[in-house]
Design a protein around this ligand. Structure first.
Ligand SMILES: *[C@@H]1O[C@H](CO)[C@@H](O)[C@H](O)[C@H]1NC(C)=O
Length: 204
């Protein structure tokens, strides 16, 4: 499960210090599949990530596909003033930004679940805290309230580790999850740098 998710994310990091969009989206497809069993919190925390993945895939395979092979080509193409014929503003960059923040939440949440100590905050509290850091500042009040409620039903650490690595020992599952969170952090960091260079972090 985690391997299927990490392979495309790792492959998205190309040697040109860029992010290949088709691989990034393939990674997201697997991440969504992984997060769905976490329940309703997933819908709030990621604000319908599937719909955003689908929207970006449409650009990657659309008539302007040549401009949507990587994050850098997309940012260059959509940069305000460069492509005035894009009446809808920066559709790809905007969608990417929302996925990017949701990826941050996933990464922080998985890392904390993997490294949490006995007697420390439970998995729900850790991921709720990650939500407060990565997503809440960008969500309207009613979404934050709904997310707060959804975190009350968050699965236990044991259940999460079992979902991540069915049938493994706890220590193995924790190690695998730490590695997965590290890959997500690599992807997050590179994406963050490219979005910042393009002046796109302030879009929404
Ligand atoms: C990501 O960036 C942060 C801040 O610049 C840094 O502290 C962290 O080590 C980086 N993570 C990875 C996996 O490179």
């Amino acid at each position: 499960m985690l391997g299927r998710m990490m392979r495309p994310f790792r492959a998205s990091l190309n040697p040109e210090r860029d992010v290949e969009l088709s691989q990034y989206l393939a990674g997201w497809r697997e991440l969504v599949r992984f997060l769905i069993p976490l329940g309703s919190i997933f819908a709030f925390a990621t604000s319908e990530a599937s719909a955003k993945v689908t929207a970006l895939e449409a650009l990657v395979h659309g008539p302007e596909a040549a401009h949507y092979t990587s994050l850098a080509t997309m940012v260059a193409w959509e940069r305000p003033g460069i492509a005035p014929r894009l009446s809808a503003g920066c559709p790809g960059s905007m969608t990417m930004l929302l996925l990017h923040r949701a990826l941050r939440w996933s990464q922080l949440c998985l890392h904390r679940v993997a490294t949490g100590m006995l007697g420390g905050p439970d998995a729900g509290a850790q991921c709720s805290d990650a939500y407060g850091t990565a997503l809440a500042p960008h969500h309207p009040w009613f979404v934050r309230q709904a997310a707060h409620l959804a975190f009350l039903a968050f699965p236990s650490r044991g259940r999460l580790l079992e979902l991540a690595c069915p049938g493994s020992k706890e220590a193995e599952a924790r190690n695998a999850l730490v590695r997965a969170a590290g890959t997500l952090e690599d992807v997050y960091n590179r994406t963050q740098g490219l979005l910042a260079d393009g002046g796109l972090l302030e879009l929404a």
